[in-house]
Design a protein around this ligand. Structure first.
Ligand code: DHB
Length: 545
C-alpha cells in the first residue's frame, strides 16, 4: 500500500537539497535502512523549467542512495518530482555517463523547438529530463563513480571506480527507488534508463543484469538497499559494449575498405602499418567464430543468422551481414521519406535529388563522396538500398587504431582504464606495463570483471544455450539475471566509435528472447544520442504492461 500523506505536495519545502544528502549521510551510522528512507517532507526544493514556453514545476531532492558510501560526494542522486506526478508515473533515469567516466547530477534544461533534439549525452539528457517532467514523468538523475574516480585510501591515491563500480552505483540507485516505492511518487516498477555511448553501455547493463547475484558483494559493500535492481525499460544510444569482442567486430567491419588510416581525433591520423593490417585481417577472421556461436536468428523469420569469413563483397558475407546491410537500407529509406524527399509518384523530388548528389562532410572529413555513391533510391518500391559497403566505410572515416578498445601502443583506451585494477596506475595515464602485462596477476580479475560487464553473456546464454565464449569467465554470469521487458536501441549510421554489429547483436539477442525491442539505425547520425528526445519520451509515456 502506498502512503496517503504523499498526496500532500511537498511544495512548501524550500530547503537546500544538500540538507537531504547530509541528513542521509549522517544517519547511516545509526541505522543502515533508516538512512535509505526517502522523506518527501524534508529537503525538497521547488524548481521550474520551461518546455516550449510552458512552465513545468517540480520538487527536487538530492539524496544519498547508499548507506555505506565509498565516495559520499558521488553516490548521490537528484530526484525531480513534477507537480502532476502520481504514484503510477514512470520514472525516467537519464545516465549522462561519457567515456565510462564518473557521472554528475544533471539539472533539467529548458526545452525549445530548436534544442529539443540536440544530441549530446550531457545537454541532450538534460532536455530529455525536462520533456519527461512535462509529461508527468518523475526524473531521477544519479551521480556515481566511474573509471576516473580516485580517492585517498590509506594515504594512497587509488582508483575506486573501475570495473563494475559505476554499474553497481546505478544498481544501488535503482534499489533505493524500489525500497522507497511506497513513500515516493512515481512507480519504481516502471523505471526507464537511458544513456549514450559509455552511458549506453550502462543502460544496456542495467536493463540486462537485473537481480544478478554476481553484483551482491559489491552492493553489500556500499550498503545498497535490500531490494530489487531490475528495471522496466532501457533506451541505449550507441552502446559501447561487448568489449571482449569489440576489437574483432571493429576489424571485421572496417577490414577490406582499403582505409589505411585511423583518426582518433586527439592526435594526427595514424597510418596503419603493415603489421596493423595483418593484425586487422587476423581479427576480422576471428569475428565470424564468435558471431556464429551466438546463435542469433533473424527477428522476423527465425532463420539463423550466419556470418561468413571476411570477403570484400558484403552480400557474400552470409545472412547476418545481409541482415545488417538491410538495416542500413531501412535507415536510409526512413531518412529519405521523413525528410520529405519523395514526390507523389515515388521519385525523388528536387530536394531529394540535391541531397543525393551533394558531397557530404561526414565525421569531420570531406570524402568527396555523395550519398548516391552509398545508397540508391528505387521509386517503384519507395525504398533506398545500400549500394556500397565500402563507400559507407570511406564516408565514416575509421577512427580507432587496430585493437580498437585495448591498444596500448598508439592509444591508451578508456576501456583499458576501465578494467585496470592496479591501484598504482592512476587516472588515464596507465601504460601497457602498468596495467596490461600478460603476467600481471591482476589480469585474471580484469577478465572476470569484463565478463560481468558484458550484457551479451547474460542475455543470450540462458537455458542451456550453448557455445564457447571468448571470455573464459562468461559462464559465471549465464542466466543470473532478469532482463527488462522494453527496449529502444539507436545507433547512428556514421558511428565509428564501435562496429554497428555490437548494437545489432544486442538488439537481435533481445528480440530473440521475445522482448519488446524498437531498434533502429539513425541515418546520418555520428556517435551521439538524444537526437530524438521527443520520440523517446513519447515511447516512455506510451509503455504499458
Ligand atoms: C565512449 C566513446 C568511445 O569511443 C569509447 O570507446 C567508450 C566510451 C563515450 O563517448 O562514452
Amino acid at each position: 500500500m502506498r502512503s496517503t500523506f504523499l498526496k500532500r505536495r511537498a511544495g512548501t519545502l524550500a530547503l537546500c537539497g544538500m540538507l537531504g544528502v547530509m541528513a542521509a549521510m549522517s544517519a547511516h551510522a545509526s541505522s543502515h535502512q533508516a538512512s535509505l528512507r526517502f522523506n518527501p517532507a524534508s529537503g525538497g526544493t521547488v524548481g521550474q523549467v520551461t518546455v516550449y514556453g510552458q512552465t513545468v514545476t517540480y520538487t527536487a531532492y538530492t539524496v544519498s542512495y547508499v548507506a555505506k558510501p565509498n565516495d559520499p560526494a558521488k553516490q548521490v542522486m537528484s530526484i525531480y518530482i513534477p507537480a502532476n506526478a502520481t504514484q503510477g508515473s514512470p520514472i525516467f533515469m537519464p545516465l549522462n555517463t561519457g567515456g565510462y567516466m564518473e557521472l554528475d547530477l544533471l539539472t533539467p534544461a529548458d526545452v525549445t523547438t530548436d534544442n529539443v533534439n540536440s544530441s549530446g549525452s550531457g545537454s541532450g539528457s538534460a532536455i530529455a529530463a525536462a520533456l519527461a517532467l512535462s509529461k508527468g514523468i518523475v526524473v531521477v538523475s544519479p551521480a556515481g563513480r566511474g573509471r576516473n574516480t580516485t580517492m585517498l585510501v590509506n594515504g594512497v591515491t587509488t582508483e575506486v571506480g573501475n570495473g563494475p563500480a559505476a554499474l553497481v552505483d546505478l544498481k544501488a540507485a535503482v534499489r533505493y527507488l524500489k525500497y522507497n516505492d511506497s513513500v515516493m511518487l512515481g512507480n519504481a516498477n516502471k523505471i526507464v534508463v537511458s544513456g549514450t555511448s559509455g552511458g549506453g553501455a550502462m543502460t544496456s547493463l542495467l536493463g540486462i543484469t537485473g537481480g544478478s547475484a554476481v553484483f551482491k558483494p559489491y552492493l553489500d559493500e556500499i550498503g545498497a538497499a535490500p531490494s530489487s535492481d531490475t528495471v522496466y525499460a532501457a533506451s541505449p544510444f550507441c552502446p559501447i559494449t561487448d568489449l571482449d569482442n569489440a576489437n574483432a567486430a571493429y576489424e571485421y567491419f572496417f577490414y577490406g575498405s582499403g582505409i589505411t588510416t585511423a583518426n582518433p581525433g586527439r592526435t594526427a591520423p595514424i597510418t596503419l602499418s603493415n603489421n596493423d593490417q595483418r593484425l586487422s585481417a587476423v581479427m576480422a577472421q576471428m569475428y565470424p567464430t564468435y558471431l556464429n556461436r551466438l546463435g542469433l536468428k533473424h527477428p522476423d523469420t527465425g532463420v539463423p543468422l550466419k556470418l561468413n569469413s571476411y570477403s570484400p563483397d558484403a552480400v557474400a558475407g552470409g545472412s547476418y551481414r545481409n541482415y545488417v546491410y538491410s538495416l542500413f537500407s531501412a535507415s536510409a529509406t526512413r531518412f529519405i521519406i521523413d525528410s520529405g524527399y519523395v514526390s507523389a509518384d515515388g521519385s525523388l523530388n528536387e530536394a531529394g535529388q540535391t541531397y543525393m548528389a551533394t558531397a557530404e562532410t561526414v565525421n569531420g572529413v570531406k570524402s568527396g563522396l555523395t550519398p548516391d555513391s552509398v545508397i540508391t533510391w528505387n521509386a517503384n518500391t519507395r525504398t533506398a538500398t545500400l549500394n556500397s559497403w565500402k563507400n559507407l566505410l570511406v564516408y565514416m572515416n575509421r577512427m580507432k587504431p587496430v585493437g580498437a578498445f585495448d591498444n596500448g601502443f598508439y592509444n591508451v583506451t578508456g576501456e583499458m582504464d576501465l578494467f585496470n585494477t592496479d591501484p598504482a596506475a592512476l587516472k588515464n595515464d596507465i601504460t601497457v606495463a602498468d596495467g596490461w602485462n600478460h603476467f600481471d596477476p591482476n589480469l585474471k580479475d580484469a577478465i572476470a570483471k569484463a565478463a560481468m560487464m558484458n550484457p551479451m553473456y547474460y542475455v543470450l546464454r540462458y537455458n542451456g544455450h550453448g557455445g564457447i565464449d571468448v571470455n573464459p569467465y562468461a559462464a559465471t554470469v549465464y542466466g543470473t539475471s532478469s532482463v527488462a521487458k522494453h527496449w529502444r536501441i539507436r545507433v547512428g549510421s556514421y558511428d565509428r566509435d564501435s562496429s554497428p554489429f555490437v548494437s545489432a547483436n544486442l538488439a537481435i539477442a533481445l528480440q530473440n528472447r521475445g522482448l519488446n525491442v524498437d531498434y533502429k539505425i539513425a541515418w546520418n547520425q555520428p556517435h551521439s544520442g538524444n537526437y530524438d528526445n521527443t520520440d523517446m519520451i513519447d515511447w516512455i509515456a506510451g509503455l504499458s504492461n
